[in-house]
Design a protein around this ligand. Structure first.
Ligand SMILES: Nc1nc2c(c(=O)[nH]1)N[C@H]1C(S)=C(S)[C@@H](COP(=O)(O)OP(=O)(O)OC[C@H]3O[C@@H](n4cnc5c(=O)[nH]c(N)nc54)[C@H](O)[C@@H]3O)O[C@H]1N2
Ligand SMILES: Nc1nc2c(c(=O)[nH]1)N[C@H]1C(S)=C(S)[C@@H](COP(=O)(O)OP(=O)(O)OC[C@H]3O[C@@H](n4cnc5c(=O)[nH]c(N)nc54)[C@H](O)[C@@H]3O)O[C@H]1N2
Ligand code: SF4
Ligand SMILES: [Mo]
Length: 691
């Protein structure tokens, strides 16, 4: 077979870096960055380079498994899929198709096909972590400007504002070239983060915020920008509604009051707000997680969109661009997620989460996991009895892991599709082994850049592993579903319909670029909102019990909202700042990556640690009102004395690791954002105990 190189797209994370896959005698030897890729330009991170280790890992699941006693026994695909089909049919016959829920973790390619499957099956219930990931960004900006998410055009910006976002670790291939280009051309940099990250260290202004108080800071910014008359008067007059009400609303957020709430010195807040308004065009980067993980996540993303709008930065080069999404609603994040486009209305209205979060009827976001749990435990609003999980380590990913685990155990039937055993697959009745991204053809849209790439496979799946598209096709056949795809080709082409391409054509081209338009509202004469203008006061939401303007809410568990807890839990905990070498709970079993970050480390200010007589490198207990984990102390002068930070996703290699080192043992799943269902995992109370 000899040597061969296949040009493809890495899918170990969402950055979609271009890669060259070098094969020797049919075996993947090496992954290199592709210099010709328009965005990553040759960059590759250690996760991408580790693909051969992942594919040929001795722990990879390489055959279907069926639960047998306390363990699993190997099974044929025929047996495994028949068992799944039998159990899904049983649940559906007894309790209706809505009693079957499929879940995905962060989008890993299969989501659009899973939606189509659920439609054919008749269930409106796709569960995903969108409520703590991009969902609140989409909801907040759609409600304000009529477009769902935006591309921060850093490369052409004169002021880059990174808000709860550390792209050097989380989106290196996607954003770091742009940020470097922008900075090289003299762009200012403002970072809002409780930790002095590498980018915060380079910033003209680093605002070390008290976790969970971002809405107050954003309202403070708006106040300063308006009162200093630094807003774009033409834009505000011609293209926004509700300015007077907004001005009145933010009047209480004086620099003084904002400083008291956020613990950032008031002169610094004023400097930063003025810097952003005085250096157009300015681009705001909200990342995807940090601004979506609070009890006021909807309001934070509305407030950020308002800052962008009143400073004249919407849809201008160097500002925040509207995503044209070449694959439109067939993109992996597209509204094809939504039963309202697909199912009869009475069935769509059964979507879990609608009862608690009525806005989900108008803005298509999958069901928040926390709205699925009561259906499993209490038949509320109706029974959910069977579940299929694709690429989701549910137990470790979602807040309050002991609760999540208890809930999953109450299902009649659970199947999971994963490369490796996890604390979640352990609970499954059937486990199916998927093909790795190197082993599957796929369509990878890079929404933020208006690109869609082909991801041609370089290898066939290991003998008894299967492409998830194929798994869905075979399951649909077993269930006798009408209207689902017949082959993978149809599925790939379906994704590209809006781009007017077939997968074969895209493969020839490598990628398709949809381009951006600036100020599209001028041509159209309107924004895609109810009034045709940017809603600075979205009073139409008041019918749904949602305030027209962003409101700061004190985090549900903070020194001010729960002062009685502070004696036992004196520190503020924020979780989940990304580590470059890991994707969520994955990759801990990959030796080359684990070597780089072997232990979960608690970032703590040395002054705080010393007062507790705790040394650098010491293992301690970290305790919240919900539980206790073990963690290794890492002294960091870059975090304030009242705050500590823990990464998420650790469990592997530690006996009962999901319980002992998984930070979601401490997080809360009850105090949700009332509009989006977001969970406040960036701001909790905790204490550190010596072991
Ligand atoms: N390597 C790697 N990359 C990833 C992922 C991964 O697991 N690993 N996950 C991907 C996914 S699904 C997502 S959603 C994105 C997330 O992407 P981002 O949300 O951009 O995540 P981070 O880059 O870690 O940035 C979050 C920053 O917010 C700061 N922060 C913590 N609490 C607060 C707060 O209360 N206020 C403010 N202003 N800042 C706060 C943290 O210190 C951290 O530096 O990352 C994606 N990229
Ligand atoms: N405390 C805290 N918790 C958090 C966060 C935080 O910041 N703090 N961030 C949250 C966010 S933003 C998100 S998006 C969620 C993410 O949650 P998840 O996406 O569920 O994250 P993972 O733990 O990586 O679980 C993914 C599983 O999918 C498997 N896998 C990887 N690729 C594939 C594939 O192509 N096919 C299949 N079938 N399996 C695959 C991996 O082996 C892994 O076991 O976590 C959330 N959890
Ligand atoms: S940043 Fe790393 S893991 Fe993510 S796509 Fe690029 S190479 Fe792959
Ligand atoms: Mo996410």
């Amino acid at each position: 077979m000899g040597n061969q190189t296949v040009r493809s797209i890495c899918f170990e994370c969402h950055s979609r870096c271009g890669v060259l896959l070098n094969l020797e005698n049919g075996r993947l030897q090496e992954v290199k960055g592709d210099k010709e890729h328009p965005i990553s330009r040759g960059y590759i991170c250690p996760k991408g380079a580790a693909a051969p280790e992942i594919i040929y890992h001795q722990e990879r699941i390489t055959t279907p498994l069926i639960k047998s006693g306390k363990g699993f026994k190997q099974a044929s695909w025929e047996e495994a899929l028949s068992l799944i089909a039998e159990n899904l049919s049983r649940a559906s016959e007894k309790h209706g198709p809505e009693s079957v829920v499929f879940g995905t973790g962060t989008t890993r390619g299969t989501a659009p096909y899973i939606n189509c499957f659920l439609t054919a099956f008749g269930s409106p219930n796709l569960m995903a972590p969108s409520n703590m990931s991009g969902g609140p960004i989409v909801m907040g900006s759609l409600a304000t400007s009529g477009f769902g998410m935006s591309d921060p055009d850093y490369a052409n910006s004169k002021c880059i504002l990174l808000w709860a976002h550390n792209p050097k670790k989380s989106w290196p291939g996607l954003y770091m070239n742009d940020i470097r280009d922008g900075l090289k051309q003299g762009s200012k940099l403002i970072v809002v983060d409780p930790r002095r990250t590498n980018l915060a260290n380079k910033a003209d202004n680093w605002l070390q915020i008290r976790p969970g108080t971002d809405v107050a800071l954003a309202l403070g910014f708006i106040h300063i920008i308006i009162e200093s008359e630094l807003y774009d008067k033409d834009f505000v007059e011609n293209w926004t509604d509700g300015f007077a009400a907004l001005r009145e609303h933010v009047s209480e957020y004086t620099p003084q009051k904002t400083a008291e709430i956020t613990w950032i010195p008031s002169n610094q807040i004023q400097d930063a707000a003025r810097m952003f308004a005085n250096n157009p065009p300015g681009a705001i980067g909200p990342g995807m997680g940090g601004t979506s993980q609070g009890n006021d996540a909807f309001d934070l993303n509305r407030a950020l969109t308002i800052i962008s709008a009143i400073t004249g930065n919407l849809e201008v080069a160097g500002g925040n661009l509207r995503l044209p999404a070449p694959t439109s609603k067939r993109s992996c994040y597209g509204p094809d997620h939504d039963p309202f486009f697909n199912l009869p209305k009475d069935q769509a209205l059964k979507k879990l989460g609608l009862k608690q979060f009525p806005l989900l009827q108008f803005i298509p976001i999958p069901s928040p996991p926390q709205t699925v749990w009561p259906a499993i435990t209490d038949n509320d609003p109706y029974p959910v009895r069977a579940m299929g999980l694709f690429a989701n380590n549910t137990v470790c990913a979602y807040p309050n892991s002991s609760h999540v685990r208890q809930v999953l155990k109450q299902l009649d039937f659970l199947f999971a599709v994963d490369y490796f055993h996890t604390p979640t697959t352990e609970l499954a009745d059937v486990i199916l082994p998927p093909a790795h991204w190197v082993e599957r053809d796929d369509v990878e849209d890079l929404l933020m850049k208006s690109y869609v790439f082909s991801q041609p496979k370089a290898l066939d799946p290991l003998p008894d592993c299967r492409d998830e598209k194929q798994i869905l096709i075979e399951l649909a056949q077993k269930l006798g579903l009408k209207g689902f795809f017949n082959n993978e080709q149809e599925m790939l082409d379906y994704r590209l319909e809006y781009a007017g391409l077939t997968y074969e054509q895209l493969k020839e081209m490598g990628w398709y670029y949809g381009g951006f338009t600036y100020k599209s509202y001028e041509n159209k004469g309107k924004f895609r909102t109810l009034t045709g203008k940017v809603a600075l006061n979205a009073d139409f939401l008041e019918n749904l019990g949602i305030s027209g303007m962003p409101q700061f809410r004190e985090p549900p568990e903070s020194p001010y909202s729960r002062p009685e807890l502070t004696e036992d839990y004196p520190l503020i905990l924020t979780t989940g700042g990304r580590l470059l070498v890991y994707y969520h709970s994955s990759h801990r079993n990959i030796a080359s990556l684990r070597k780089k970050a072997p232990d979960p480390e608690l970032e703590i200010n040395p002054d705080t640690a010393q007062k507790l007589d705790i040394e650098d490198g010491e293992w301690v207990y970290l305790v919240s009102p919900r539980g206790r984990v073990e963690i290794k102390v890492s002294y960091s002068p870059d975090i304030s004395p009242e705050v500590v930070h823990s990464p998420h996703g650790f469990w592997y290699g530690v006996e009962n690791g999901w319980q002992r080192v998984n930070i979601n043992m401490l997080t809360d799943d009850e105090a949700l954002c009332p509009v989006t269902g977001s969970v406040p995992i960036k701001s909790l109370l905790c204490r550190v105990e010596k072991m």
